[in-house]
Design a protein around this ligand. Structure first.
Ligand code: PLP
Length: 431
């Protein structure tokens, strides 16, 4: 399958390997496939595992670049954790509403799906070429730990994670600074935007051109393709006919994965893009002339994105009229997020983290407006990852899963750097 930049009009056509290892296209656009394979639902409906799904679905997207059997083995190895589809019928959410829990991976957010699969695919190509890669990743929380965990111990790749010191939740920080082979954590004296700026500057720095650098955020197509699989898994597990998917969204990577699955033939009545106060996309869907802006801080911090990078892929996939027909946008403000955590618990006894609660509120409004048929809310993080907010909203402390509690014990390692480029550059060069 050849890939091309969202911005290219007849520009260079590259392999999946190159799109994956480079991340961003040279013209600043995002890589997208040159065609979308049509996949009959009958082919995947009976699939029992992510590996089975991969051997049918991903095989048709990028299978030509992998030796036979390696792609599904890679997915089986990356995604061996459960993906429960939990019914949460009741109250304002309707009788046919479900949550798809995407937070049972090693770092307890859905970012594990993309990060773990991408890490193994990168390692596969690098090993074949005898190459090495250094990944720089700026994180506001969940991406960093998923990438650190997913890439740790791969002998062809080392990783540098930059996070804003004191600006992630205490458990997220422990997840980031856990000592792992091949991973260095940098606590930057600044905010998330500083971390991102340092990474961008490093990519453009001619002095670092000799170091093969790449990134691991959701601009990378390698993160999005495996995320299609859980959409299909949800339909396969529940036997649901054309469900509506509600996606708590920030950078729109998760939604884009759903749209790719839809374009490839997944039956659905549509999508709900549930955003917090960072409402660029809902405003666009409402026909407003919204522009990218700075992000605002909310209780669903992993969705605090003022300039969603995957909007460019959404535009490439669907024209504005199709977007409005297929996607309902919702903005859920901070007060409504807290109220939603309370209402979901009161009416269904389901304990939703703040990101998932934004999704529930969007579903509630959609039902009130006459939304029919099965609905699936994608649960993007475990509530224990945001224990302070759950306590504030509900006055209860979510049980900490053993795997998450383990992060509180292990040995830690990190360096602290000021938010200025020379210090960061020196660090990257000295590695
Ligand atoms: C990253 C993240 C999101 C947003 O996903 P996008 O793909 O950026 O839209 C939502 N919830 C949680 C918990 C996340 O970590």
């Amino acid at each position: 399958m050849p890939f091309v930049s969202t911005r290219a009009t007849g520009g260079p056509v590259v392999s999946f390997e190159k799109a994956l290892l480079d991340g961003l296209a040279p013209d600043g656009g995002l890589y997208v496939p040159t065609r979308i394979p049509a996949i009959e639902p009958a082919l995947w409906r009976g699939a029992g595992s992510m590996g089975d799904l991969a051997s049918v679905v991903l095989e048709r997207w990028v299978g030509d670049e992998f030796e036979l059997g390696t792609l599904d083995a890679l997915v089986r190895d990356a995604l061996h954790f459960p993906i429960p589809l939990v019914p949460v019928a009741g109250g304002d959410y309707g009788e046919e509403t479900f949550v798809l829990e995407l937070f049972h991976g090693p770092t307890f957010s859905f970012k594990d799906f993309g990060a773990r699969t991408m890490a193994r695919a990168m390692a596969y190509f690098l090993r074949r070429r005898g190459r090495r890669l250094r990944i720089l990743v700026a994180t506001s929380g969940d991406t960093g730990s998923a990438v650190a965990d997913g890439f740790a111990g791969l002998d062809t790749i080392d990783v540098v994670i930059l996070y804003p010191k004191g600006k992630v939740s205490p458990i997220q920080e422990r997840q980031l600074i856990l000592k792992r082979p091949g991973v260095r954590a940098l606590a930057i004296d600044g905010v998330f935007d500083d971390c991102q700026r340092l990474v961008k500057q490093a990519f453009l720095d001619p002095d670092l051109a000799a170091i093969p650098l790449s990134s691991a955020n959701s601009i990378n197509i390698g993160r999005l393709l495996p995320q299609m699989l859980y959409y299909l898994m949800a339909g396969a597990q529940g036997g649901l006919v054309a469900p509506t998917f509600c996606v708590p969204s920030g950078n729109l990577g998760n939604l884009t994965a759903g749209l790719l699955a839809y374009r490839s033939g997944m039956p659905t009545r549509g999508f709900i893009a549930a955003h917090n106060e960072n409402d660029f996309f809902p405003r666009r869907l409402a026909g407003e002339e919204a522009a990218f802006g700075p992000s605002v801080a909310t209780p669903s911090s992993a969705m605090d994105v003022g300039a969603p990078s995957n909007f460019e892929r959404v535009q490439w996939l669907l024209d504005p009229a199709e977007q409005r027909r297929l996607i309902r946008g919702e903005r859920v403000d901070n007060a409504a997020t807290f109220a939603s955590m309370q209402a979901v618990y009161r009416e269904t006894r389901y304990l939703a983290d703040p990101h998932t609660a934004v999704g529930f509120e969007a579903v509630r409004r959609w039902r009130a407006a006459g939304g029919e048929g099965p609905a699936i809310v994608l649960a993007t993080a475990h509530p224990a990852k945001f224990v302070e907010i759950v306590e504030e909203a509900l006055d209860i402390t979510p049980a900490m899963p053993a795997g998450l509690a383990a992060f509180l014990e292990g040995e830690t390692q990190f360096d602290t750097l000021p938010a200025d480029y020379p210090a960061f550059k020196e660090f990257v060069m000295a590695l």
